[in-house]
Write a protein that binds this ligand. Structure first.
Ligand code: MG
Ligand code: MG
Length: 311
C-alpha cells in the first residue's frame, strides 16, 4: 500500500529574534527533502508555502511582545491549514519557519486527535521548552511561548485564539533542554512534566527516554507528533539557527532517536522548525534536517552507501 506524505511550508519568522527563518521551507526543498521522502517509499504532495494573511488585525497586547499581531494572524492561519491536512490520510510534515508556527500546528493536531478520539503525544526536541507565557517572556520573542499556549496556560486569552483541545503536560516528552528560564523551570515542576535535559542525556543516553515514551504512546494508542527544533542539535553540526546553545545532541544521538521513532511506527506528524538558512554553512544544517527526516521515515544505517569525502 502506498504511503502518503504532505509537506506544508510555514514561513514564519515574526516569532524569532533574527530574520531569515522565512527562507527555511525553501532551503529544505533545495536540500532535497521531497526526493528524500520519496526514496523512503512515500507518495509526496508538496502543498507549497502558506502566505501570511493579508489582513492582520491589530492586537492590543503587552507592549514588550515583538510582532504580536502578525504572529497571532499566523497562528490562526496555520491552525486552519494544518487541521485540514491532519484529518486526511497522509503523513504531514510541517516545515518552518520559527517555532511560533507551533501555536498553529499544535492546536490543530490536538483538535484532529480529539475528533479521532485518540490522545496525542508530543516529542519536543529542542534546547528550549518554549514554555513562556506572554507575561513571563522577557525577550518578547513569541517563538518561546507556543508550548505554554498549546497547554492552555493562563495569559493568552483575548490575545491568541482560544485553544479548544489542549496538549496534556503528561503527554509531552522534552529532550535536549539546556536553556531554561526560571519561570519555565517553575512551570515544568508545577506541571510535573517529563523533561530530559542534556545532563540526563549525558548520563543515560537517548535510548532509554525514547523507549519509555514510545511504550507509553503505544499503551495508550496515541498519535505522536514530533517537533524538531534545529537548536536541539549541537551548533557544530547545525549552525543555522538564531538561538544556538552549546552542548546539543550529536549526529548519532539525533539519528538514533529518528531510527527508534521509525522502528516504532507510531509517529503521525512531524515539524521541522527554526532553520535559518541565512546562518547556514553551504546548506550543512538543511542537509542534516533532511537526513534526519529520512531516518525518521525508515532510512537505516545499512541504507547508507560508502561515504566518499570530496578532496
Ligand atoms: Mg523551540
Ligand atoms: Mg529552541
Amino acid at each position: 500500500m502506498t504511503k502518503h506524505c504532505s509537506i506544508l511550508g510555514i514561513p514564519t519568522e515574526s516569532g524569532a529574534g533574527r530574520k531569515g527563518c522565512l527562507m527555511g521551507p525553501d532551503a529544505l526543498r533545495a536540500a532535497g527533502l521531497p526526493e528524500m521522502i520519496q526514496a523512503q517509499g512515500y507518495d509526496v504532495r508538496d502543498l507549497g508555502n502558506l502566505a501570511l494573511p493579508t489582513k492582520i488585525t491589530p492586537i492590543d497586547g503587552p507592549q514588550h511582545l515583538v510582532r504580536l499581531s502578525e504572529t497571532v494572524a499566523w497562528a490562526q492561519h496555520i491552525h486552519q491549514a494544518s487541521y485540514e491536512i491532519a484529518v486526511q490520510d497522509t503523513f504531514p510534515i510541517f516545515i518552518g519557519g520559527d517555532h511560533s508556527m507551533a501555536a498553529g500546528t499544535l492546536p490543530a493536531l490536538t483538535q484532529a486527535a480529539a475528533e479521532k478520539e485518540r490522545p496525542i503525544f508530543v516529542l519536543w526536541l529542542d534546547a528550549h521548552p518554549d514554555l513562556h507565557t506572554l507575561s513571563s517572556t522577557t525577550s518578547g520573542h513569541l517563538h518561546g511561548t507556543p508550548m505554554a499556549y498549546a497547554m492552555g496556560q493562563p495569559g493568552f486569552e483575548n490575545v491568541f485564539p482560544p485553544v479548544k483541545h489542549t496538549v496534556q503536560p503528561s503527554n509531552v516528552c522534552m529532550i535536549g533542554l539546556r536553556s531554561i528560564d526560571p519561570p519555565e523551570r517553575k512551570l515544568i515542576g508545577d506541571l510535573g512534566m517529563e523533561v530530559w535535559d542534556m545532563r540526563r542525556i549525558d548520563e543515560m543516553g537517548v535510548r532509554h527516554p525514547i523507549a519509555e515514551f514510545l511504550d507509553k504512546v503505544r499503551r495508550e494508542n496515541g498519535l505522536l507528533h514530533v517537533s524538531l527544533d534545529v537548536d536541539f542539535l549541537d551548533p557544530a553540526i547545525a549552525p543555522a539557527v538564531g538561538t544556538t546553545v552549546p552542548g546539543g545532541a550529536s549526529f548519532r544521538e539525533a539519528h538514533l532517536i529518528m531510527e527508534m521513532l521509525a522502528d516504532s511506527g507510531l509517529v503521525t506528524s512531524l515539524e521541522l522548525t527554526e532553520l535559518n538558512p541565512y546562518l547556514d554553512m553551504c546548506g550543512k544544517t538543511a542537509d542534516l534536517m533532511c537526513d534526519l527526516t529520512a531516518s525518521l521515515l525508515g532510512k537505516s544505517v545499512l541504507d547508507r552507501p560508502t561515504y566518499r569525502s570530496v578532496a
